[in-house]
Ligand binder design. Structure first.
Ligand code: ADP
Ligand code: MN
Ligand code: MN
Ligand code: MN
Length: 335
C-alpha cells in the first residue's frame, strides 16, 4: 500500500502509582496530519467498561526512527469525550502553569537513569550472587564493566534520528544501569522529548529481549538507585548566581510537596547514602552530591547558570516535575 504512512500514537495510561506508556498504529494518507483518535480506556485504568471511550489528541510528533520514513511517532494527550483533559492528563496541567510564567524563560535538562533487566535480574548479573562491588562501572569500558552497550548505542542513534534533543549518555554506578540526558529546553518540550525518548528506549530494548526499567531502587542493599535529576534555569538564573541561590531556597519551602510527587518508592532511594540526601531533609550546596539540590561547580565559578534538583526518581513524570518546579520557583524569584 503506498500513499500512506504509519502513525504510532503514544499516550500515558492510568496505571497506579506510576503511569506507563501505551501505543497503537493508525494508517494515515500521506500529506495529512494525524487526526484525533480513540482507545478503550477500560483496558488502561482510564475509564469504566460501560463508557469506555477516551480520546487521543496529537500534541507532539517526530520522525519514526524504528519504521523509517515516512512513518511518524505521535505523542498524545488523553482527553474525555467532551474534549476536557482526562484526570490522568498531567501534560495539560503543565501547559497551564508554563503559560503563566513564560516571562521567566524556564529551561529544563533532565538526566534519565534506567536499568536493563534480563528476566528477573539486571542484565549481565550472575544467576547466583552479585557482581563485584560498585566502583569501575560508572563511565566504564570493557566486557567486565559494561552490560547492554549495543542497546544504548542504538537508542542514542534512534533519538538523534527522530530529532529529539538528547544531550548525552553514560554508563552508571551500578552495573546494567545507564543514563541519557534531554535538553535544555522549555518545560513542555523537555518533557515531551523525554517521554518520546523513553518510548524509544523500551522499543529498542524489546528487540534485544531486554526490558528497560525506571524502578528507582531496582536492587536492594549497597547498590545505587536510579534518579532523574532535573536541571533548570530561568533567564535571570542564567545571568546571576544570586537568583540561582534564591531558586534553591525557594525549593526548600515546598520540600514535602515535591517529595510526594517525585516518584513512587522515593523513600527507598533517598536514604542519605549513594550520592543522595535523605528525603526527610532539604539542603543545597555547591558541588554537593549529598545535597537535595546541587549548584554545579562551574556555575559557582561563572557566577551564573542553573541548578540541579537531585530528588526526582527515575520513574517520575516529567510533566509533574517541571510543573512543580515552575510553580514553586517562579512564584518566589524575580521574573
Ligand atoms: P551531572 O554532572 O549531574 O551528571 P549531566 O551532564 O548528566 O550532569 O546533565 C546536565 C544536564 O543539565 C543536561 O541535561 C543539560 O541539558 C542540562 N543543562 C545544562 N545547562 C542548563 C541550563 N542553563 N538550564 C537547564 N538545564 C541545563
Ligand atoms: Mn548525569
Ligand atoms: Mn547519573
Ligand atoms: Mn546529575
Amino acid at each position: 500500500m503506498s500513499g500512506v504512512y504509519k502513525a504510532e500514537y503514544i499516550w500515558m495510561d492510568g496505571a497506579e502509582p506510576t503511569q506507563k506508556l501505551r501505543s497503537k498504529t493508525k494508517i494515515v494518507p500521506l500529506g495529512h496530519e494525524p487526526p484525533l483518535w480513540g482507545f478503550d480506556g477500560s483496558s488502561t485504568n482510564q475509564a469504566e467498561g460501560h463508557a469506555s471511550d477516551c480520546v487521543l489528541k496529537p500534541v507532539f510528533q517526530c520522525h519514526d526512527p524504528v519504521r523509517g520514513a515516512p512513518n511518524k511517532l505521535i505523542l498524545c494527550e488523553v482527553m474525555n469525550i467532551d474534549m476536557t483533559p482526562h484526570r490522568t492528563n498531567t501534560r495539560a496541567k503543565l501547559v497551564e502553569v508554563a503559560k503563566q510564567y513564560t516571562g521567566h524563560e524556564m529551561w529544563f535538562g533532565i538526566e534519565q537513569e534506567y536499568t536493563f533487566f534480563d528476566g528477573i535480574k539486571p542484565l549481565g548479573w550472575p544467576d547466583n550472587g552479585f557482581p563485584a562491588p560498585q566502583f569501575g562501572y560508572y563511565c566504564g569500558v570493557g566486557a567486565d564493566e559494561v552490560f547492554g552497550r549495543d542497546i544504548v548505542e542504538e537508542h542514542l542513534d534512534k533519538c538523534i534520528d527522530a530529532g529529539l534533543k538528547i544531550a548525552g549518555i553514560n554508563a552508571e554506578v551500578m552495573p546494567a544501569q545507564w543514563e541519557f540526558q534531554i535538553g535544555p529546553m522549555g518545560p513542555v518540550e523537555a518533557s515531551d522529548h523525554l517521554w518520546m525518548a523513553r518510548f524509544l528506549l523500551y522499543r529498542v530494548a524489546e528487540d534485544y529481549g531486554v526490558s528497560a526499567t525506571l524502578n528507582p531502587k531496582p536492587v536492594k542493599g549497597d547498590w545505587n538507585g536510579a534518579g532523574a535529576h532535573c536541571n533548570f534555569s530561568s533567564k535571570q538564573m542564567r545571568e546571576s548566581i544570586d537568583v540561582c541561590i534564591a531558586a534553591a531556597k525557594a525549593l526548600g519551602e515546598r520540600h514535602e510537596l515535591h517529595i510526594e510527587n517525585y516518584g513512587d518508592g522515593i523513600e527507598e532511594r533517598l536514604t542519605g547514602k549513594h550520592e543522595t540526601c535523605s528525603y526527610r531533609q532539604y539542603k543545597y550546596g555547591v558541588s554537593d552530591r549529598g545535597a537535595s539540590v546541587r549548584i554545579p561547580w562551574q556555575v559557582a565559578q561563572d557566577g551564573k547558570g542553573y541548578i540541579e534538583d537531585r530528588r526526582p526518581c527515575a520513574n517520575v513524570d516529567p510533566y509533574v516535575v517541571c510543573r512543580l518546579i515552575t510553580e514553586t520557583v517562579c512564584s518566589r524569584i524575580p521574573g
